[in-house]
Design a binder for this molecule. Structure first.
Ligand SMILES: Cc1cc2nc3c(=O)[nH]c(=O)nc-3n(C[C@H](O)[C@H](O)[C@H](O)COP(=O)(O)O)c2cc1C
Length: 474
């Protein structure tokens, strides 16, 4: 399903998921705190804030947009009623066959309903929250797409990078490392002694958010990929200041230039990270001189700040889908599912064991591809990997620590890893170790393993279908 804009998505959230309206919150820390508490509730509601302290009514903020599985499914154009593991499988298949669709230019841009440029630009009009206690400042971009054009090929990149507000017309854009496509493109302009035209785009069909989060190969455009997800082109209008293709139904748009970092920088961050810590220091950030600010009437700022795990930006673990695809590509058969918990820091593979060593073979591939995670668990196919209670039951009853635990050293992590010692980080260490827990029934005597007394997955589903209406009315 293609959502014409963020507002249509919010209407759909009301229909298929949970939306709560919050009035009177302070964008300074309180809004972020409410967002974190709501994200920890059982139904993980999305929140629409209005009447924010210090702002006129109508300047709204929408948070936890895709945090629940059904909302992530809606954004991916997948049936929101699917069970989470089935939805992840459906997305994997859709992604494998996805055909990018080029954006189309339209005449009308809703984001031009209100425009200011030059000295009239004042970002203080937009309620950019200070999300966490020790953040370096307010962040207008915690789910914004940053649009840049490659000066050599014309390729347009549109990925998510965070954007911190410093003054009425200066923000910083954070590239985690020099390999980010945004960083590569900006450097081309800077090396030629020029500033880099840039647009920061906030709030549209969340397919754009998904595309902006996806790691796509160099040269593949996120706007085209988003078109593939929506099965309809993204509608764009050239930005009046930069000429960059800007999604026409966006809520809030900043246009301007990224100043060469050799000329000037501003201290960026720190910003609360998805691990629940501040593990990276304040660093020099690339300054965007904001030349124009555009926004729709009664604009809605889409906010997706990193929060304490297990709260994560998207309710379906895309990276687990990636590991699932890796396992299939390596011809590991009989995978029943792959899931990630603790904001992707714990990976669980469920499989039907066909031979001795099957589980460990899968575990090694998952451990190799589990970014930053330290825990990889393999369970039998009677365990739903998306159900943490079932996974813990398997660990507590099928994994004998003296026999079924391995540690892989120097695995893939990052400088954001809170458990790498500062002295190690200083000498460039960005790896961690991975704990592999084989929580499958031991292959050699699997048929003698005590039979479970609990319902099987299929039995439980059948009972739920018949009786859930009585057990959980409404
Ligand atoms: C909400 C959110 C915020 C993000 N913030 C940043 C960020 O500030 N800097 C960064 O380099 N990557 C950030 N990322 C990750 C990138 O968007 C992601 O890795 C993307 O694939 C990078 O695109 P690229 O390969 O085109 O550079 C964020 C992702 C999400 C979902």
């Amino acid at each position: 399903m293609a959502f014409p804009d963020l507002r249509a998505f919010i209407a759909s959230v009301e229909q298929f998921s949970t939306l709560r309206r919050v009035s009177g919150a302070d964008p300074h820390l309180e809004l972020g705190g409410i967002t974190e508490i709501a994200a920890g509730l059982v139904d993980t509601p999305a929140l629409l804030f209005d009447d924010l302290k210090g702002f006129s009514r109508g300047f709204r903020v929408f948070t936890n947009p895709l945090m629940a599985p059904e909302r992530a499914a809606l954004a991916l154009g997948i049936d929101p009623r699917l069970r989470p593991l089935d939805a992840l499988r459906a997305w994997m298949r859709k992604r494998q066959q996805l055909k990018p669709i080029r954006p189309v230019e339209v005449k009308q841009a809703e984001f031009l309903e209100n425009s200011s440029d030059g000295d009239d630009v004042d970002l203080a009009r937009i309620p950019a929250p200070v999300w966490h206690r020790d953040d370096g400042g307010p962040y207008i971009g915690s789910g914004s797409i940053v649009i840049l054009r490659d000066p050599d090929t014309g390729w347009i990149t549109a990925s998510i990078y965070r954007v911190q507000v410093h003054t009425r017309n200066r923000v910083t854009v954070q590239f985690d490392h020099l390999g980010r496509h945004g960083a590569i493109i900006a450097k081309k302009y800077w090396d030629a002694g020029k500033s880099c035209p840039i647009a920061v785009v906030n709030g549209d069909d969340p397919a754009l958010f998904v595309a902006g989060f996806e790691s796509l190969p160099l040269g593949v455009g996120e706007l085209d990929f988003a078109g593939g997800i929506r099965e309809a082109p993204v509608e764009i209008v050239p930005g009046p200041h930069t000429g960059l293709p800007i999604p026409a139904h966006a809520e809030i748009v900043l246009e301007g230039e990224l100043i060469p970092m050799a000329d000037e920088t501003l201290p960026e961050g720190p910003f609360g990270e998805f691990t629940g810590y501040y593990a990276a220091d304040q660093r020099p950030g690339a300054i965007m001189a904001v030349r124009a600010l555009h926004y729709r009437n009664d604009p809605i700022l889409l906010g997706s700040p990193p929060l304490k795990p297990p709260r994560f930006h998207v309710g379906l673990p895309f990276r687990a889908g990636g590991i699932w695809a890796n396992l299939e590509a390596a011809n590991i058969t009989d995978i029943a599912g792959v899931w990630q918990h603790v904001s992707s820091l714990m990976t669980v593979v469920s499989l039907k064991q066909r031979y001795d060593g099957h589980a460990k073979r899968a575990a090694m591939i998952a451990a190799g591809n589990a970014y930053m995670g330290r825990i990889v668990v393999v369970v039998d196919d009677d365990i739903d990997p998306s159900n943490m209670n079932d996974v813990m039951w398997a660990i507590a009853t099928r994994c004998e620590p003296a026999e079924a635990v391995d540690i892989v050293r120097n695995g893939w992590s990052s400088s954001l890893d809170p458990r790498i010692a500062p002295s190690d980080k200083a000498r460039g260490v960005t790896s961690n170790s991975k704990l592999i827990l084989d929580a499958t029934r031991p292959y050699a005597w699997r048929d003698e393993f005590p039979k479970p007394s609990a319902l099987s997955i299929d039995e439980a589903r059948a009972i739920e279908e018949k009786w859930l209406g009585v057990l959980r009315p409404g």
